[in-house]
Design a protein around this ligand. Structure first.
Ligand SMILES: NC(=O)c1ccc[n+]([C@@H]2O[C@H](COP(=O)([O-])OP(=O)(O)OC[C@H]3O[C@@H](n4cnc5c(N)ncnc54)[C@H](O)[C@@H]3O)[C@@H](O)[C@H]2O)c1
Length: 348
């Protein structure tokens, strides 16, 4: 397949690009290269004849039309977005512009291209979204997000993603555009931008700095290894039923405190520190405003319909992730000097 991947220089998009090329697909990576992007994430495939890069902003409709015409994709995998909840609290405007208006322009450019091509049934517009659109769950482990859970976004980020999901469904109903949607839980893994929780903990631990945990650390997330997620996304774009959405989770619920303690134990093993444990550096900081208590995905649909399950436990995935950060210091040191990295964001 020829895939047009938006946001392919980001964390999840680059995992999709690397995996798609390894699987024999052609990829056009469309990315505006915001603060969150890093072309080193795709350096391993950049010389492949199956890879092309387009430095384009999804809010630029004329540029999108040019990219569709030039590359003739079989499917779009739309990941480009502003993705950091804390940044959405500090500056919600960009989230509306990119996540809502950018998705609108992507849908319109895709629709024009698909209509010109005679509305091929095989075309897909795959919209990648988040479980945060469903709001916050109670502690009861029997309650999880399914594909029919009502939307209840509570941050500017999740509200902008929910809006984009609604636009995608409307373009399917109104214009017949063949779409698929996925809503996934928190990702972690290699190439994760160093202001997100898992890399912050690893890198602060190594630097001897405090390990900040919001509130009392009881917020629960369902942790999904990014390479498992990329595999699931490529399965959905090829085999997902048109118009359907799939929840993708890691089957790995952990409180933030437990997650940080696990990371500390892995670091104690791989890079022992003198005179104690990295867990001694844990510090509780004022909570994020509107911090959702719990997210948990019921992954039955993707498991039963497409036969997909995550391949790693959170312990295995975190051990691989810690090792990757230990082995790739040049990568994260270069990103640590970027705007906002290392500062407390999203205090409201
Ligand atoms: N990271 C997670 O845990 C997670 C969980 C659920 C869903 N998601 C969704 O997955 C997608 C990818 O997330 P991520 O963590 O890889 O994000 P990221 O912030 O690491 O990467 C986003 C990429 O999009 C690009 N981009 C941003 N604005 C753009 C614009 N206007 N035009 C073109 N490119 C633009 C950036 O340059 C960057 O390369 C997002 O849609 C996000 O909402 C992420």
């Amino acid at each position: 397949m020829k895939l047009l991947v938006t946001g392919g220089a980001g964390f999840i998009g680059s995992a999709v690009v690397r995996r798609a090329i390894a699987d024999g697909h052609s990829v056009v990576n469309l990315d505006a290269l915001t603060y969150a992007a890093c072309l080193d994430n795709v350096a391993s495939v950049a010389d492949s004849p199956a890879y092309a890069f387009e430095h384009v902003d999804i809010r630029d409709r004329a540029a999108l039309d040019r990219v569709f015409a030039a590359h003739d994709p079989d499917a779009v995998m739309h990941l480009a977005a502003e993705s950091h909840v804390d940044r959405s609290i500090d500056g919600p405007g960009t989230f509306v512009e990119t996540n809502v208006m950018g998705t609108f322009h992507m849908l319109e450019a895709a629709r024009a291209y698909w209509t010109r091509a005679g509305r091929p049934e095989a075309f897909r517009f795959h919209h990648i979204s988040t479980d945060e659109v469903f709001g916050s769950l109670p502690a009861d482990p029997a309650v999880q997000f399914t594909e029919t859970t009502p939307y209840d976004p509570r941050s500017p980020y999740s509200a902008s993603k929910a809006s984009s999901d609604h636009l995608v469904r409307a373009w399917a109903e109104t214009y017949g555009l063949p779409v698929v949607l996925t809503n996934c839980s928190n990702n972690y893994g290699p190439f994760h931008f160093p202001e997100k929780l898992v890399p912050v903990i690893i890198l602060n631990a190594l630097a001897g700095k405090p390990l900040p945990i919001y509130g009392d650390g009881s917020n629960v997330r369902d942790w999904l290894y990014v390479e498992d997620h990329a595999e699931a996304l490529l399965l959905v774009v090829q085999q997902g039923a048109v118009g359907r959405s799939y929840n993708i989770g890691g089957e790995n619920e952990r409180s933030n405190l437990k997650l940080v303690q696990t990371l500390c134990a892995i670091l104690d093993d791989k890079r022992p520190k003198q005179g104690g444990s990295y867990a001694d550096q844990i510090t509780f900081v004022t909570d994020r405003p509107g911090h959702d208590a719990r997210y948990a995905i019921d992954p039955s649909r993707i498991r039963e319909e497409l036969g997909w399950r995550p391949s790693v436990t959170v312990e295995e995935g975190l051990a691989r992730t810690v090792q990757w950060y230990l082995d790739n210091e040049d990568w994260w040191r270069a990103l640590q000097s970027r705007d906002g990295v290392g500062k407390r964001l999203g205090t409201g």
